[in-house]
Design a binder for this molecule. Structure first.
Ligand SMILES: NC(=O)c1ccc[n+]([C@@H]2O[C@H](COP(=O)([O-])OP(=O)(O)OC[C@H]3O[C@@H](n4cnc5c(N)ncnc54)[C@H](O)[C@@H]3O)[C@@H](O)[C@H]2O)c1
Length: 312
């Protein structure tokens, strides 16, 4: 199904930004909220955001009035237009509220309309449990701010139809110019599960008096950010060595008495098979005969590129 007319329910931090992306993509948007004041602020936030993007060459100033005209604000959101193709709720992170909002839309919207949630962590199967047409329902987790950050996670629930997932992916990528990743319906999906692991660990280190808030942030800004931005966790493991990481993780699991650090069996199996990363030609990824020296030089080049970019 081709998505043209959209409705965003909830005009807070996420909702107004998602509505902006849709309007910038040339779609008509209904933006609704139970709170009139938030709705009024939402429209002016969008205008401010667009003017800001002009400074970065991302929006043409002359297009702003047309973009704003595409967003129609509605207090309450009970009026469900029959020509809406895509509804996305961005109401607070409360499963009962989300079920109620989506249920009332489903009872009046077109049968082939797609319904989505932008939940941050709640499983799509839980939110969709009370829907009559769960095949039309999908998780679409936007990053904040949606009009700046490129990635959107698409989370099909157990009953979401492939056609719905595919329509949403095409819409987000081709129309909204987003990068998407489709992932399993696990709590926290990809981004927030990994983010939570890092944040909670950092918070525990504060509690244990290991370092200050500032120094933990500094470690990310001066090191971890470069490494993970260029290589991701698995590209990085391949450079460090799967054997080294496995040993380190086992040590932490033992000393900290925390099984969350224990390496999963697939990692140990790779080590046992001699797939140690770039040094053995294969680890998580296969380096297709490229020598460890070639890979070492490439790593240095990529790190220098990003460090120099940041210093400019
Ligand atoms: N804030 C973030 O950084 C972020 C990032 C990604 C995803 N999310 C998720 O997006 C969703 C919205 O988060 P937010 O930060 O925008 O919240 P928010 O509190 O800023 O906005 C929620 C809006 O929903 C409105 N609302 C409440 N009940 C409603 C109803 N029945 N009908 C219509 N509107 C209603 C509220 O008035 C409010 O304006 C949550 O599920 C959150 O987990 C948030």
């Amino acid at each position: 199904m081709k998505i043209q007319k959209t409705h965003v329910i909830g005009a807070g931090a996420m909702g107004h930004g998602i509505a902006q992306v849709f309007a910038q993509s040339g779609c008509d948007v209904i933006l609704s909220d139970v709170n009139r004041e938030i709705l009024e602020d939402a429209k002016s936030h969008v205008e401010t955001n667009l003017n800001f993007l002009v400074q970065y060459g991302l929006v043409d100033r002359s297009s702003i009035p047309t973009i704003l005209e595409r967003i129609q604000t509605v207090v309450g959101g009970e009026d469900i237009s029959s020509d809406v193709d895509f509804f996305i709720e961005a109401v607070p992170e409360d499963v009962d509220l989300k079920q109620k909002v989506l249920g009332s839309i489903e009872s009046v919207c077109r049968k082939d309309a797609i319904l989505a949630t932008t939940t941050s962590v709640i499983q799509v199967s839980d939110i969709g449990a009370t829907l009559e047409r769960p095949k039309q329902f999908v998780g679409v987790h936007w990053m904040n701010p949606p009009y700046v950050l490129p990635l959107v996670e698409i989370i099909p629930g157990p009953k979401t139809s492939d056609a719905v997932t595919s329509s949403v992916r095409t819409f987000l990528e081709d129309r909204c110019q987003k990068k998407t990743v489709t992932c399993g319906d696990a709590p926290g999906f990809l981004v927030n599960r990994m983010a939570a692991a890092v944040l909670v660990e950092a918070a525990k280190m504060i509690e244990e008096g290991v370092a200050s808030f500032e120094d933990i942030d500094r470690v990310w800004k001066e090191h971890m950010g470069y490494i993970f931005l260029q290589f991701g966790p698995f590209g990085n493991i391949d450079h460090i060595g799967l054997d080294v990481i496995t040993m380190a993780a086992n040590y932490l699991a033992f000393v900290l008495e925390d099984d969350r650090f224990r390496p999963p069996s697939w990692l140990q199996e790779k080590v046992n098979a001699g797939d140690l990363g770039v040094k053995s030609g294969r680890g998580v990824y296969d380096y297709g005969g490229r020598s460890p020296e070639e890979m070492r030089i490439e790593r240095i080049r990529k790190l220098l590129e990003i460090i120099q970019q940041r210093s400019h």
